[in-house]
Design a binder for this molecule. Sequence first.
Ligand code: NFS
Ligand code: SF4
Length: 673
Amino acid sequence: MAEEVVKVESRTVDPAEQQMLKRAQAEGIETIWDRADKMKPCPIGSEGACCRICSQGPCRVPPPKKAKPGEEQKKQAVGVCGATAETIVARNFARMVAAGSAAHTDHARGVAHLFKEVAHGRAPGYELKDAGKLRAIARDYDVPLSVGEGDDKKSRSKEEIAQDLAEKVLAEFGQQSGELVFSSKRAPKKRVELWRGLDVMPRGFDREVVEIMHRTHMGVDQDYKNIIHQCTRCAISDGWGGSMLATELQDVLFGTPVPVLGDSNLGVLKEDHVNVIIHGHEPLLPELINAASQDPEMLEYAKSKGAKGIQLAGICCSANEILMRHGIPVAANFLGQELAIITGAVDAMVVDVQCQFQALASLVKCFHTKLITTDERGRIEGETMYIPFDDHHGPEIARKVLKEAIDNFPNRRAPVIIPEQKYPCVVGFSMETIRYLLGGSIRGSYYTLNDNIIGGRVRGIGGVVGCNNVRTLHDNAHLSMVKELIKNDVVVLTTGCNAIACAKEGLLTPEAAIKYCGAGLAEVCETVGIPPVLHMGSCVDNARILLAAAACVRAGGLGNDISDLPAAGAAPEWMSEKAISIGHYFVSSGVYTIFSAAWPTTGSEILTDYLFHGLESELGGMWDFELDPVVAAQKMIAHIDKKRAALGIDKARERVLFDMAMRREMETATGGE
Ligand code: NFS
Ligand code: SF4
């Protein structure tokens, strides 16, 4: 290769992926890092200061350079129509919220449709697995669980309940007025009242997204605060709506996650097995591919082609879904998708929607890998094959996909190089599991967690989530931030690509507590037997974090709203529009939320100040940005301490730290461990 070879250590901190990057360099295979080097981000676009929503533009309104002494300060430009930087930047931000929310809600739509078909017995291969959760959701939606009165009272079957529930949830997509059920019933009472007072209760999933698109059309909403107001309503409809619905219905269909052991990193691939990568976001088909991969007939077929078995492994959020529920190993997060193929060992990569590089289509041509698209919304030009998923023929389709992978096993041509790195992880911390583990079967509440927070052993809660971003050293910000938090006794709840980064680093094991945590958190983790970083699932499962926060509020002792909790959120390597929607629903729920990597509103100081400071007085939560992940973690801790002080529990922590120091001193003095 003529190009200068870039040090792989400057691209990713993951040794397995470094090895694959070296292979790519040696063989002249292009990856996302090479493309990023060639593509300089547009400075005006990255500030959000470019408007191209009508053909009189594009209009660029970046902040003017600071005037030199004696010079007159130039004013910020406005668009041809007079749109100010505030309007333009807010519009761009709003469209990110709309796209992110749409992605989550459209995911929920697919799940809801499948749920309906399962309820009517029209979707072979699926069942209503978690009847308890089904009833809990039905109660929220006022679906009767029984019929008749007195002695004639009869419980309704799961199917009957699910049929009614399906109609009600599907109706919420096109609902025009009123409130969404989860937003009004599952958020803390005080939060709901606040939202009602601000008039940001979402009315219908689709309506809120469409309204952002309308308001940000040329010449409509040109008041930045009013645009952000609609962002808030739309984001709530994502977190306390679409995402929550996707998570809850998936739990009913596939089971609510409980702790399970899994493996992570590229070392999970097996040279002598048919390797199938599940990549994307929706677990509907992957659930059946998993079932099919255990079918003796399929295994026989794999053997007939010379393979010892079938190895499934995940990438991105589909990975998190099947890892959480079945312990299927996770091969990589977002930035590792090409590197998995570069092992030469992947016989098929099965994708559905979201976060899939178009570059996969050309990359698979360098290897034998089949790129199989499975969703009509997510085709890729140049894909090897399109096998559309359909609710009514799931098992057949799953077998067809697997058969394609098996048939491809004998076609491997490049030498197979599988990195040896493989790390165990304990995952499956749904909101219910945390309640069970920390509350025990008797109390079954979040009170024990609260008690530990009040007592000071646990300083607070950090939700660290989100993507990878090729503009930052891969996984570095995730790991530095999480380590800084747990070192300071902040328990971390994680999802998405952050969770995978943590898995690959061994942070999702109980042993990590002793190695990385402050004494208080280490003690709690040791007593309960949990990792200090709790994997709660995929990105739609960020709704689980909201539910956990609501449960903390309900358990008592830590104020009466999410904004009172000593908690903070972060996405240190974010890149997708979904992350902006997620961040904004955390902010709207009362959480201090800090992003690293990049910030999309720097084109307007006024708007940025509103998001970072102004929103706090309205919503109790606010955005923040900090490039350095460790400093960002410290800012989260400062916020947590501010909330501890407001709750009057800051003294307790000082006592705990004092006791611990005393005890340690005594132990050293007596030679104890
Ligand atoms: Ni979330 Fe999942 Fe990863 Fe980011 Fe993409 S996989 S939905 S968007 S990149 S965390
Ligand atoms: Fe320019 Fe206004 Fe058209 Fe945007 S809407 S491109 S600011 S003229």
